[in-house]
Design a protein around this ligand. Structure first.
Ligand code: SR1
Ligand code: MG
Length: 399
């Protein structure tokens, strides 16, 4: 029989005392439930001074933001902890540290990140963290290279693919990214004023074929252990520091999906800024987002190539030029996945504050139409966009 039960605040404190790895466990006395994401319970555990010391996170057997009518496996807690542990091994400076986890209780204890802010909140306020994008690129390069065929032994990788099978969470992505936005579906969420734009999008056959390709590669290309949900709400930032959390969507998938999702979130902010902050600030913020895009891709791709030069042993993959050739595929995938993130976050189930917080209705619709047309253009033209400068030039032309 399973030991699973849903934690209350007292359970979370008791658990943190036992497994939080603190020197003074009895000083832990309160738990604030702070989970504002879509899926889980999250408790901040404080000591007698009111200082936050560790995080206790528990998966519920359903999608929290919907309720028990949408059941969801609690195995996602194991996947999340194990993905973070693997990524931490390769990039401790930018991965949240898992202190303890228990798959049966679907609980993990994670380092406290109270001195960081959630990146999305900062982006929505127009605050710039000049090192964040390069640091995210470093995390992506280290985590994805070291779990790819360019580094891992083929036999070990196959067993890792098995360990990280994550069918229920992958199905959410398969539906929410690649299917729902392009059909009528009750999970979609957008204002009626956008319907003509949405209709045009759905009638665009070349777009639908390209989205089919992206979905097919997401389903079939087990290239590396992805985080699987790299959006700006899964990233904590502080001056000169960055940590990635929330890896329950982790699985072996196409490498371009992670940098592409990250790029999509930068561009969602780019599209929303004119509705979020004053005109001058929005213009500066947009330049900063384009710089973020450049920093993210360059730091990811340069580190990925350097790791390939230094560490790839497989004779077929060591051939001069192979890593660069492979990176081209990753780039084209990333541009396509970036476009699909723009579209699904604008009209699908999971809207983002970068657009939905725009109070003025006309302005919000204008920014949303921009996100949709940019997403559509990126998905269709991904194979023709050669590099990051070409991408940035075209984004500027798009307005
Ligand atoms: C039902 S989960 C909805 C979304 O939230 C997560 O963070 C993922 O982005 C997912 O698509
Ligand atoms: Mg999440």
């Amino acid at each position: 029989m399973s030991r699973y039960y849903t934690f209350n605040a007292a359970d979370a404190v008791e658990y943190a005392r036992q497994f939080g790895g603190v020197d003074d466990p009895l000083s832990l006395i309160t738990a604030d439930e702070i989970g504002d994401g879509n899926l889980n319970l999250v408790f901040k555990i404080r000591d007698t001074q009111g200082i936050s010391r560790v995080i206790v996170k528990q998966a519920l057997p359903y999608v929290r933001c919907v309720g028990e009518s949408w059941p969801l496996t609690i195995d996602r807690s194991r996947i999340e902890a194990e993905t973070l542990i693997v990524h931490y091994e390769h990039c401790p400076q930018h991965t949240a540290r898992v202190i303890h986890h228990d798959p049966e209780l679907a609980v993990m204890v994670q380092e406290d990140l109270s001195d960081y802010e959630i990146w999305r909140g900062e982006l929505v306020k127009g605050k710039y963290y000049p090192q964040a994008a390069s640091q995210l690129g470093e995390y992506l390069a280290q985590s994805l290279f070291h779990t790819s065929d360019l580094y891992q032994n083929a036999e070990h990788k196959k067993s890792e693919v098995g360990r990280f099978l994550n069918p229920e969470l992958c199905l959410i992505t398969e539906d929410l990214f690649f299917t729902d936005p392009y059909i009528e579906h009750e999970r979609n969420c957008y204002d009626a004023a956008l319907q003509p734009t949405v209709d045009e999008l759905r009638a665009d056959i070349s777009l639908r074929i390209a989205v089919g390709d992206l979905k097919q590669r997401f389903l079939s290309n087990a290239e590396a252990l992805l985080h699987g949900d790299v959006h700006s709400g899964s990233i904590f930032v502080a001056e000169g520091r960055l940590k990635v959390i929330d890896a329950e969507f982790g699985f072996y998938g196409p490498i371009g999906f992670d940098p592409g999702s990250a790029m999509g979130n930068l561009l969602l902010n780019y599209c929303g800024l004119p509705g979020l902050v004053a005109t001058r600030e929005a213009a500066d913020g947009r330049e900063q987002r384009l710089q973020d895009l450049r920093d993210l891709w360059l730091s990811f791709s340069e580190r990925f190539l350097q790791l390939a030069r230094d560490k790839t042993q497989d004779l077929a993959f060591k051939i001069p030029g192979y890593a660069e050739h492979y990176l081209k595929h990753i780039w084209h995938d990333a541009v396509g996945y970036c476009g699909s993130e723009l579209i699904r976050r604008t009209i699908g189930f999971s809207n983002v504050a970068d657009l939905k917080n725009i109070a003025d209705q006309e302005m919000r619709h204008e920014c949303q139409r921009h996100a949709l047309s940019l997403g559509q253009w990126l998905i269709i033209t991904a194979p023709q966009i050669d590099d990051i400068e070409g991408l940035i030039a075209r984004i500027r032309q798009n307005g």
